[in-house]
Design a protein around this ligand. Structure first.
Ligand SMILES: Cc1ncc(COP(=O)(O)O)c(C=O)c1O
Length: 396
């Protein structure tokens, strides 16, 4: 990544953003002007294969006719109304989301982002259990707001608030004994990403997730599955917990849900939902009609274009073809994959970008992340594999 304060690009959007925005982002060394399918087209005419999807958002790639038409049509008919009124399109989005979710999750609360989904999920857990301790898992990422940041591993570097909203502790990942001993009658909830995205697409085992499920149930605390990054088809299942046969009490999702229109959702059981009444939760924009239309379009495409199967096929192809060049191992699930590199992943990231392939780095310095659109095609994977093969393996 180059700094967004690079004086060489003072007159292009990088320089202008550097002059006017708070300088919190390192930015990539190109400026997109449009995108189509899985490709980004830059201002200097490059066509870059996007295997990163804007942090796992572009579920249907770019310019997908069903999604663009849904957004366009809905914005013409009714651009916005809040939750003060019922809307057919919001009801449709809720019905579809409940239909694809783990069977015990019957109710939805719509929000605008992943952090907001987790913020509400954690508040709901504290209210529903009347307890004030939350456990998370080491290496997990849950967002930047007060509660979500409090349960994010290593957030002390940037957290900034004078105190956390509840007591927090971290269960070492994959430590089943620790899970059983740490989850106790004071625990409101355990929050966990079934596939730890930012950590490098690290897929937690069924045994560990099952231990969290059993231990929380045994003491009356709630299991929150954070599927902000792994949800809505990315794992090759609607939600990654379904691959493990685990039913959380609360599930959060966002990113791919709107395919690029900001939205998020908290799903929960009927029992939990019935503990809340008017005024207990709220949002102005959550579940707005354009966001709802986008959600419906994404879920319809997943179903009608058989995208879960496509994700599984592309995952199998990546696993078969891409352990070449600098890649020694692949972790993760579906199109949330971590390519373990024999050198710093940033070097492989740069080498691939030089060949017009955009991937992501991660919290693990040796893991490159693939968060490709669910519509990724076999020839895209062929290109990734042949490009990786051109990068010589490390010699020592
Ligand atoms: C697992 C997980 N939870 C929560 C978040 C926060 O989502 P947002 O950036 O939409 O607030 C992210 C973002 O990367 C995430 O990966």
């Amino acid at each position: 990544m180059t700094s967004n304060a690079d004086p060489a690009v003072k007159d292009d959007p990088r320089g202008r953003e550097a002059a006017t925005t708070i300088p919190v982002y390192g930015q990539l060394p190109f400026v997109p002007v449009r995108a189509a399918g899985c490709d980004i087209i830059t201002e200097d005419g490059r066509r870059i294969l996007d295997l990163y999807g804007g942090h796992a958002v572009a579920a249907l790639g770019y310019g997908h006719p069903r999604l663009t038409r849904a957004i366009e049509d809905q914005s013409r008919v009714l651009l916005f109304q809040s939750n003060a009124v019922a809307l057919d399109i919001r009801a449709k989005a809720a019905e579809k989301l409940v239909a694809i979710a783990p069977k015990n999750l019957k109710r939805v609360f719509f929000v605008n982002s992943g952090a907001e989904a987790n913020e509400n999920a954690l508040r709901m857990a504290c209210i529903a259990t009347r307890r004030n301790k939350v456990l998370a898992v080491t290496q997990g990422f849950h967002g930047r707001t007060a509660a979500a940041g409090a349960v994010t591993w290593n957030s002390d570097k940037w957290y900034g608030f004078p105190q956390k909203p509840f007591e927090v502790d971290f269960i070492p990942r994959e430590d089943i004994d620790a899970a059983h001993s740490m989850i106790d009658a004071d625990t409101a909830a355990v929050i966990v990403e079934p596939i730890q995205g930012v950590a490098g697409a690290y897929d937690l085992s069924t045994e560990f997730l099952d231990a969290l499920r059993k231990a929380t149930r045994a003491v009356g605390s709630l299991l929150i599955a954070d599927e902000v990054q792994s949800g809505v088809g990315r794992s090759g299942h609607h939600f990654a917990v379904q691959a493990h046969g685990i039913e959380p009490d609360i599930l959060t999702t966002a990113k791919a849900l709107g395919g690029g229109i900001p939205c998020g959702a908290v799903l929960c059981t009927e029992d939990i939902a019935m503990q809340f009444g008017p005024g207990d939760l709220g949002t102005t924009f959550g579940g707005g009609p354009v966001a709802a239309a986008a959600m419906v379009a994404v879920m319809d495409s997943i179903e009608q274009e058989d995208l879960l199967q496509n994700v599984r096929d592309r995952e199998a192809q990546i696993r078969e073809q891409c352990i070449v060049g600098p890649i020694t191992k692949i972790q993760g699930m579906g199109l949330l994959l971590g390519l373990v590199c024999d050198r710093p992943a940033a070097e492989v990231h740069k080498a691939l970008l030089d060949h017009d392939i955009l991937t992501g780095t991660s919290g693990d310095a040796h893991v490159l992340r693939i968060l490709a659109p669910l519509v990724l095609e076999a020839e895209h994977v062929d290109y990734l594999a042949t490009t990786l093969a051109k990068i010589a393996p490390a010699t020592d």
